[in-house]
Design a protein around this ligand. Structure first.
Ligand SMILES: C[S@@+](CC[C@H](N)C(=O)[O-])C[C@H]1O[C@@H](n2cnc3c(N)ncnc32)[C@H](O)[C@@H]1O
Length: 147
């Protein structure tokens, strides 16, 4: 497993027009390395991880996001499913891309739980810490968490 990755293209996963999306190849390589039995993806966005998991034949994977496609799931306030042995998490890059709201990535209004609209960096990190703690607590002993 390398810590610096470079792929010639982003691959056939997710939606390249969903701003801030990642290449599914990253998720594919992580899944092929860890081979989890219960995969949980937080901040599923355009579905890169969903497409990879389905393509690899995973039946037991859950993909969550505040957007409508992935259940309007608010990682700050909703209860995470417990028992996964691998979590991939790709939160917003603070204020670089705003997700909810008109002329942003999804929805017609700003969602009050959307981390990408938090103005203050310390507040952003504080909320992310809360979510990371929740993720950590949801994983089985010996499981892994990848960002
Ligand atoms: C960097 S994007 C994830 C992109 C994804 N990995 C992909 O390849 O398409 C970050 C995501 O965080 C979601 N988000 C922001 N605040 C959230 C919250 N409180 N709970 C769950 N998802 C949230 C946004 O809707 C957005 O889809």
């Amino acid at each position: 497993m390398n810590s610096i990755l470079s792929y010639p293209n982003r691959g056939p996963y997710g939606d390249a027009s969903y701003r801030g999306n990642c290449s599914g190849y990253i998720i594919r390589d992580i899944l092929n390395y860890y081979r989890p039995t219960f995969f949980l993806e937080c901040f599923a966005g355009s579905g890169s991880g969903y497409d990879v998991a389905k393509g690899l034949g995973y039946k037991n994977s859950i993909h969550l996001d505040l957007n409508e496609r992935f259940g309007n799931f608010n990682l700050l306030t909703d209860q995470l499913p417990v028992g996964s042995d691998l979590v991939f998490s790709h939160p917003p890059y603070w204020n670089i891309v705003k997700y909810s709201g008109q002329n942003n990535v999804w929805g017609s209004e700003v969602h009050k739980g959307d981390l990408s609209h938090i103005e203050n960096y310390s507040d952003f990190i504080e909320r992310l810490d809360i979510i990371n703690r929740k993720i950590y607590d949801s994983i089985i002993e010996g499981g892994d968490m990848q960002f």
